[in-house]
Write a protein that binds this ligand. Structure first.
Ligand code: XMP
Length: 512
């Protein structure tokens, strides 16, 4: 769909940093994709890859179910970089020796480099993150050592004639100094990529490809106001204009002014048709008296699909249903599924009864920050593009216990103030998600000469990379103090504000 004439394929051996490798390659302005470790040489050739990276992984090459690579990859005549387990499986496949070790070497380690094109542009000593148990002993034919540490004699190896490289350390993590430069050297100096992957060319080429694919067909998009569905809709708007209809279900669980902001952009500035469905009453009626978090989520998910289907029926049959799926969703869904902690509902989940021929996912190759960059290219305001994640069930899972309109309004005002103060002090630069929640605790307070008995608001802010784990943000007391004082003064029925200092785990980011 876009500029893939310079493609790097990353073979996934289940390492924890795989997505980071892809991030780094793209930071070098080179397009890449993560594919299964057993992708065949033929497939790699047919895709015209300019190079291959083997990721790390938890296995030992001697394990019964150790993931292997197709040995014919080494006959393709294209460069290979093996990282950690990737280096070991390359060594093993090419007839070298992988030694078993009992003890794991972990941590930032001084590595001595020898001259190699892989290390072009920096000195002969470098701090690198080591995280391995087995290590490479005797090298396969044609290889030489290009880096070592006292405990790892082959910290990096090369066969410069065939362009095969292996590094025992993790160049993709920030702890490795010059890590991105190593990846840049590999993709540009060794694989010969020019580094021309740009968001502007992505937009032009994707719009062109979408036009070709859709022609005069009609498309339907569920717009949530979140970054992904907004950018997907904006791309489609650019490609097919009024043949796209966006349905925005306002379930009454949005943040303050959010519905109007979405309408302002998509309803007024874009050529596509925009339908805003005011379904607040319907959702609140269904949710009345429901306290159980999972039931709340289920009701909202089901009701959302129903409303969407009803609206879609009014439009009639469409050719395409647009989804805002992004690359991490695609990669994640290819893996095993962990225990369900919460059943996530995403607006845009697949309705059963909408009549369409095909799904179109214009963002499925992009990471979140790339999606934001595309949004900017398309003129979506920063306010929407930089939006922090917001859960599909909205404020319903931030009002603990049963939900009423009054509680939602209290929460909307408190949340707005907290976000305003966080942004005013620039804390949003390092806080990845921050919001208020309405606890179902009421407590005694004093206001003037009066006793009050009102709600307690909890403020939550987390700093995280992947939202799987998170630490609470060290928000300065001054910011918290101002937010607290404004909330109790400006929002009726709140007389106490607390700041949540739990990390994830053991807590989750949301309250329900
Ligand atoms: P938790 O609370 O599980 O949240 O630590 C992790 C991240 O996921 C978001 N979240 C959701 N996103 N639908 C979504 O689209 C959901 O049902 C949902 N529940 C949680 C949450 O905001 C955080 O960013």
């Amino acid at each position: 769909m876009q500029q893939k004439d310079e493609l790097i394929l990353i073979l996934d051996f289940c390492g924890q940093y795989n997505q980071l490798i892809a991030r780094r390659v793209r930071e070098c302005s080179v397009y890449c994709e993560i594919v299964r470790h057993d992708t065949t040489a033929d497939e790699i050739k047919s895709r015209g890859a300019k190079g291959v990276i083997f990721t790390g992984g938890p296995a030992s090459v001697y394990g019964d179910d150790a993931p292997k690579c197709d040995p014919a990859i080494f006959d393709l005549g294209i460069p290979v970089l093996g990282i950690c387990y990737g280096m070991q499986i390359m060594t093993h496949t090419l007839g070298g020796e992988v030694k078993r070790a009992d003890k794991r070497e972990y941590g930032e380690t001084d590595v001595e480099f020898e001259s190699s094109v892989l290390f072009d542009g920096f000195g002969d000593k470098n701090v690198c993150l080591m995280s391995h148990t087995d290590y490479v002993g005797a090298l396969p034919e044609g290889f030489r050592t290009i880096a070592r540490t006292p405990s790892c004699p082959n910290a990096a190896i090369e066969n410069s004639e065939k362009n095969f490289y292996g590094i025992q350390f993790h160049a993709e993590v920030n702890n490795t100094v010059n890590g991105t430069k190593i990846i840049d050297n590999f993709v540009k100096k060794i694989c010969g990529c020019s580094g021309s992957w740009k968001m502007s060319s992505f937009v032009t080429e994707t719009v062109k490809a979408l036009r070709e694919k859709i022609g005069s067909g009609k498309a339907l998009c569920a717009l949530s106001g979140g970054v992904d569905s907004s950018v997907a809709a904006a791309l489609m708007n650019e490609a097919i204009g009024e043949n796209l209809t966006c349905i925005f279900v306002d379930h009454g669980l949005l943040r303050k002014n959010e519905g109007d902001e979405v309408e302002e952009v998509f309803g007024k500035r874009f050529k596509s048709k925009f339908v805003r469905v005011d379904a607040e009453e319907r959702f609140l009626t269904k949710l009345a008296g429901v306290e159980d978090p999972e039931r709340k989520r289920k009701i909202i998910g089901e009701e959302f699909i129903k409303v969407f289907e009803e609206e879609a029926k009014k439009i009639g049959a469409v050719d395409f249903l647009v989804q805002g799926t992004i690359y991490p969703d695609v990669v994640e869904s290819g893996k095993g599924i962990g225990a369900t902690i919460k059943s996530h509902h995403n607006v845009g989940g697949l309705p059963d009864h909408v009549d369409f021929k095909e799904i179109v996912e214009p963002l499925r190759d992009l990471f979140k920050d790339e999606v934001r960059a595309v949004g900017r290219e398309l003129g979506i305001p920063d306010k929407l593009v930089d939006r922090q994640p917001f859960p599909g069930p909205g404020l319903a899972i931030r009002v603990i216990g049963d939900i009423t309109k009054e509680k939602l309004d209290i929460l909307r005002d408190a949340d707005y103030i907290f976000r305003e103060e966080m942004e005013r002090d620039g804390i949003n630069k390092y806080a990845n998600q921050y919001f208020a929640a309405l606890t179902n605790v009421k407590s005694v307070g004093v206001m003037g000469d009066y006793r009050t008995y009102d709600y307690m608001i909890a403020l939550r802010s987390v700093t995280t990379v992947d939202f799987m784990t998170a630490t609470f943000t060290r928000v300065p007391y001054e910011t918290l103090e101002r937010a607290s004082s404004r909330i109790v003064n400006e929002v009726k029925h709140v007389n106490r504000v607390v700041y949540d200092i739990t990390s994830k785990p053991p807590a989750t980011i949301e309250y329900e």
